[in-house]
Design a binder for this molecule. Sequence first.
Ligand code: SAM
Length: 255
Amino acid sequence: MGEYALAPRLKIELVTIFPRMFDGPLGESMIKRAVEQKLVQVEAIDLRLFAEGRHRQVDDEPYGGGRGMIFKPEPLFKAVENLRNRSGHTRPRVILLTPQGRQFNQELARELAQENHLILLCGRYEGVDERVRTGLVDDEISIGDYVLTGGEIPALVLTDAVVRLVPGFLEEETLVEESYAAQLLEYPHYTRPPEYRGMRVPSVLLSGDHGRIALWRRQQQLERTRKRRPDLLKKAELSPADQRYLDSLDSLNDQ
Ligand code: SAM
């Protein structure tokens, strides 16, 4: 951890009908520490507090018929307006988690880590009234091409990925080398013992030669990305030496 800010660097408010779902994941390990140290503030907001009536109903049947229930617009609008009002001068970025949104990735996580305040809206059932999309949110984000029962897990995924990129959370060097940092996957890691069940640690890593180790790691990154995610290589910043190495792998393949 780096220096601790007096005011949190980033505030994330998670609007949900299941606020307790966040207790476990946010109450452990590094995110818990970042919250305790006031680097970030993460708060689950109960959507029902903004619903009317004895039953505090947040959902209703779809117009035109069909299966399932839809989140009504009023509680979500009221929740966001309330959170905006109490946020003072910061302008929160309001995000709806939805499988129809743009795909979340490390680049988007980096962009969101630059914000001061995020409000994440977690849908349930068949989703939310379309007017929430058109009249309330700044962004719609999906965590992948599959459908979950609710937006809480996607909101946690986004929170975890974004919080670890907030300046001061991790050491800079960790972020420079890890997967997706420069559109490359990370190199393989090994720890003790040097041999396990006949599988040896590559000798270069035991050599103590930092130059050779750095070169090996870079080449492993290139090789791994080329094999597993060739799409990333097209966007990666490659040096002439990187390019030569990739060309040598291509020519090996051609033989
Ligand atoms: N009927 C909706 C559709 O087909 O687009 C899916 C609704 S889903 C069962 C309920 C809620 O889970 C959504 O409103 C959204 O908040 C969340 N959700 C499900 N899958 C998601 C994903 N891949 N990314 C982000 N949010 C997701």
